[in-house]
Design a protein around this ligand. Sequence first.
Ligand code: UDP
Ligand code: MG
Length: 314
Amino acid sequence: MASSLPEITVVVPVYNEEDNLPLLYRRLTAALDAIGRPWEILFTDDGSRDRSVEILKAFHGERPKEVRVIEFERNAGQHMAIMAAFERARGQIVVTIDADLQNPPEEIANLVAAMDKGHDVVGSIRKDRQDVGWRVWASRAMNIVRERITGIKMTDQGCMLRAYRADVVQQIVATGEQTTFIPALAQFFAANPTEIIVAHAPRAAGESKYNLYRLVRLNFDLMTGFSVVPLQIFTIVGMLVSFFSLLLVAYLAVRRIVIGPEVDGLFTLFGILYFLVGVLITGLGLVGEYVGRIYQEVRKRPRFRVRAVHESLD
Ligand code: UDP
Ligand code: MG
């Protein structure tokens, strides 16, 4: 029956969120019922080691037509969890939301209202962001750097409470990318994007799944995935350093002829040398970031492994 197809698909990546799921489920289903259009929720369990899968399966048992659960073999990361759900989403409007209740489900109605105005991507800006201090500042700085480097306009890149039209979702799925950043990809494909302001809450239970290392990796995905400007900056730095070194050599040559050989300044030399070695290693690492990702993409290993899908489709 065509009429049973959902209009709205909500995608929720879940990684060890057992304490948040019951309240999330209640608030999310209530918010969706209130909108009054056919909907579905696609949970992806991203290899949780707690009871998340059992809880999600129970939700599916409760509302089998509306709740679908994708179970990963192992942790593949938030963006891959969303990708897997995007592959299966059936709604014309696809909404992503975190499982930890930092994004209020009640805001979905506002995203949908903005989509109804004809936008194909609706981003969001967190009002009074509720995260630990250093993350808010680091994220703001990264946001500015990212906008400069990639040219992608997003006021608040980290907020995952967003809505996408089905055709944008299909284009995202079609890229088949492994190391990616979904909001940036969507912005790249969007013809008529907009942003709305949404509320933000502290994590309801549990801890953030991103430590400093995973955050750095995610930001590198974003930079390397959407621009080669970092490499070009390095080339320019290299050229500047070469130019000034040449001046220095010319000066020393003249000095040697006029005054004689230079013997002092040994430690100044070390200082300059260490600095340049630092620049060099950073450059090598930067190239490595690109090469590593190219390697990952060309091997064509599966991006994620689905153990089971719990759903009852007509
Ligand atoms: N998440 C996931 N896989 C991961 C890490 C996170 O599916 O490897 C989910 C997590 O369960 C949550 C969302 O992605 O629903 C956002 O994660 P988190 O709240 O830890 O990130 P933060 O809000 O601290 O940026
Ligand atoms: Mg969170």
